[in-house]
Ligand binder design. Structure first.
Ligand SMILES: N[C@@H](CCC(=O)N[C@@H](CS)C(=O)NCC(=O)O)C(=O)O
Length: 209
């Protein structure tokens, strides 16, 4: 049976959502963040050297990184679902946003979070971080104004991946004025598979309020 190593309140929630969309049988192994440091417990390092979540285990295979996990699960269990036809604009957008979420969108959001611990010492770089966040959100808004989903008219693995940066931005009050992004997050927050995933994943601060 496929095992998902799931850290509470984390990006790993996306993989539960994907597994619920696919209807693939799976088991969740739960890990709790340290209440002081908010870091993952050391047991996760025994699963994968990076000690982060999500990680999946399928037989002898151990796979880390949300994007890589999404590709693996769609290859093995997708049966053509949640992935556009190769050779189309939609496929190009699917691959783009699958990488953009963690490769570009999360960076300024995380920088803002981490530099927040530095107080005034971080003041010189705050305008640059804020400008980067704005550029990322403007880009998402621009894309979602003309498309229902990140890769066209159908939901794909790119949406499973992109929900987290948008949820993280919304949770920190950064989506004000981004109408299409808000509508997109709210629409996903009503999907039956997303809601089933929330019940299974436990505490998640970025879900529907
Ligand atoms: N880019 C990675 C990021 C993985 C990651 O940073 N996961 C966080 C959860 S949101 C984590 O495990 N943090 C705990 C820690 O670093 O101690 C992915 O998308 O899988």
């Amino acid at each position: 049976m496929l095992v998902l190593h799931h850290l509470n309140n984390s990006r790993s929630q996306r993989i539960i959502w994907l597994l619920e969309e696919l209807g693939t049988p799976y088991e969740i192994k739960y890990y709790k963040r340290d209440t002081d440091t908010n870091r993952a417990p050391a047991e996760l390092k025994a699963v994968h050297q990076l000690g982060k979540s999500p990680v999946i285990e399928d037989g002898d295979l151990i796979i880390a990184e949300t994007g890589a996990i999404i590709v693996y699960l769609l290859d093995k269990f997708g049966d053509g679902k949640l992935r556009p036809q190769k050779g189309t604009q939609e496929y190009v957008d699917y691959v783009h946003f699958l990488h953009f979420a963690e490769g570009s969108a999360m960076l300024p959001l995380l920088l803002s979070l981490y530099t927040g611990y530095l107080g005034d010492a971080a003041a010189p770089i705050q305008p640059m971080i804020m400008a980067e966040i704005k550029a990322i959100l403007d880009y998402c808004e621009y894309h979602l104004i003309s498309k229902t989903w990140f890769a066209g008219d159908e939901m794909t693995g790119a949406d499973i991946q992109m929900i987290f940066p948008l949820e993280a931005a919304k949770a920190r009050g950064r989506l004000k004025g981004y109408e299409a992004c808000n509508e997109y997050v709210d629409r996903i927050h009503k999907l039956p598979a997303y809601l089933r995933a929330l019940e299974k994943g436990g505490t998640y601060a970025y879900g529907p309020k």
